[in-house]
Design a protein around this ligand. Structure first.
Ligand code: UDP
Length: 374
């Protein structure tokens, strides 16, 4: 089959933190794996990112453009009805000034930041801006804008899961591309005997207190990895369970995280919000670790209850505790297999490529993306 021509793509990173800092959350890993996957498909990549960003490993062929400026505040802890904010000397406008300059010569610009400005620009500039939306409807102004722009430019948006996309008022079927992981970097570990684990930004929407309550009820320990976004919240959670229940492990690069995480007997994942995807679920499964989670948001779409872990009704602590005692019924090899079959870097990069190509073609000949994207 004839290989289609390589695309010239500009990727615009999250403005919430430089790549490698962990402040950007799961988006950082998404950018890393997608950049690598798109390079492997032969595309030409320029990455526009906040100053201090580190190129993901295996991405030396990428042209990194660093932009100075103050981090954008993240949306998670703002009021749903609140305004869009840009701090003085913010990095966001700088990222987009460079992205639009570079985008004039590119086939497409792919935005990873969950922000009002790039989405508002979509219909007002010549470069083709595509947005991989990384969160659910956490803000009214974002929900409204995405719904409004998607009416006339549906092909410019893609989502990680159907449950995430359902947060937005879309008149067309959403384009869902999942997420992808460099699975060669995750080692399968077969032992089902380790401790309980929890991974994520330590912040109220992630619901660490419920996982801590499970560990306490089982008279066990909970190993916690991740950036402490909200120290007061972390302290409250620690004080809600017997001393020593929580073991703060810190934030590590994937190579270290996966080795420690793979030694767990289960990952407990307890977000209180409509998680767009839930990287840590697939990362755990890639190491063979079953996941016990609430049947809400992305996790509800990623875990096959009874096969790769257990899904329980949202906020049902008793069920969460009971399911955690049943993780020995899960075959760890099946967890790894699920990740290989559904969330590899190759599958993800191909879906994103298909999304961009179909978007470009659809607009050139005036057809909807659903006629190309299945
Ligand atoms: N993470 C990491 N090292 C750690 C703990 C977490 O690199 O020690 C990363 C993890 O790989 C994941 C991200 O932090 O990609 C958390 O992403 P998730 O999608 O779970 O949630 P988000 O922070 O985006 O809401």
């Amino acid at each position: 089959m004839k290989r289609e021509s390589a695309l010239n793509l500009v990727l615009v990173s999250t403005p919430v933190g430089c790549l490698g800092s962990g402040r950007g959350g799961g988006v950082e890993l998404t950018i890393a794996s997608l950049t690598k996957g798109l390079l492997e498909l032969g595309h030409q990549i320029t990455l526009v990112a906040p100053k201090g960003s580190v190129l993901p490993s295996g991405c030396s062929g990428v042209d990194l453009r660093e932009v100075e400026g103050v981090d954008q505040p993240s949306w998670q802890r703002r009021k749903f009805e609140g305004p869009a904010l840009i701090p003085p000397r913010g990095v966001l406008p700088g990222l987009w000034a460079d992205a639009l300059d570079l985008g004039g010569k590119a086939d497409a610009v792919i935005n990873f930041g969950y922000d009002w400005l790039p989405i508002w620009l979509t219909k007002r500039v010549v470069p083709r801006l595509f947005h991989l939306i990384s969160m659910g409807g956490v803000s009214e102004i974002m929900q409204d804008l995405i719904g409004e722009v998607a009416i006339s430019a549906p092909s410019r948006f893609a989502f990680h899961t159907h449950r995430q996309a359902a947060d937005f008022s879309l008149i067309q079927e959403p384009i869902v591309v999942g997420n992808g992981f460099d699975l060669g970097s995750y080692e399968f570990q077969s032992s089902p005997k380790g401790p309980l684990g929890w991974v994520g930004r330590v912040s109220p929407e992630k619901g660490l207190e419920d996982a801590a309550a499970v560990a306490a009820a089982l008279d066990d320990r909970l190993l916690v990895w991740g950036v402490i976004d909200d120290p007061a919240y972390a302290k409250r959670v620690e004080e809600s369970v017997p001393t020593g229940t929580i073991e703060w492990m810190g934030f590590f690069p994937t190579s270290v995280l996966q080795l420690q995480l793979g030694a767990c007997r289960a990952l407990i994942n307890t977000p209180k919000w409509n998680e767009a995807y839930g990287n840590v679920i697939v990362e755990a499964m890639a190491c063979g670790v079953p996941v016990v989670a609430y049947d809400r948001g992305g996790p509800g779409e990623l875990i096959v209850s009874g096969l790769t872990g257990w899904l329980v009704p949202p906020n049902d602590l008793d069920e969460l505790i009971s399911a955690t005692t049943r993780v020995d019924q899960i075959d760890r090899k099946k967890c790894r297999k699920w990740a290989e079959e559904h969330a590899s870097l190759d599958i993800f990069a191909s879906l994103v490529e298909q999304w961009i190509r179909s978007g470009i073609t659809a607009e050139a000949i005036g057809k909807g993306p659903e006629e190309f994207f299945s």
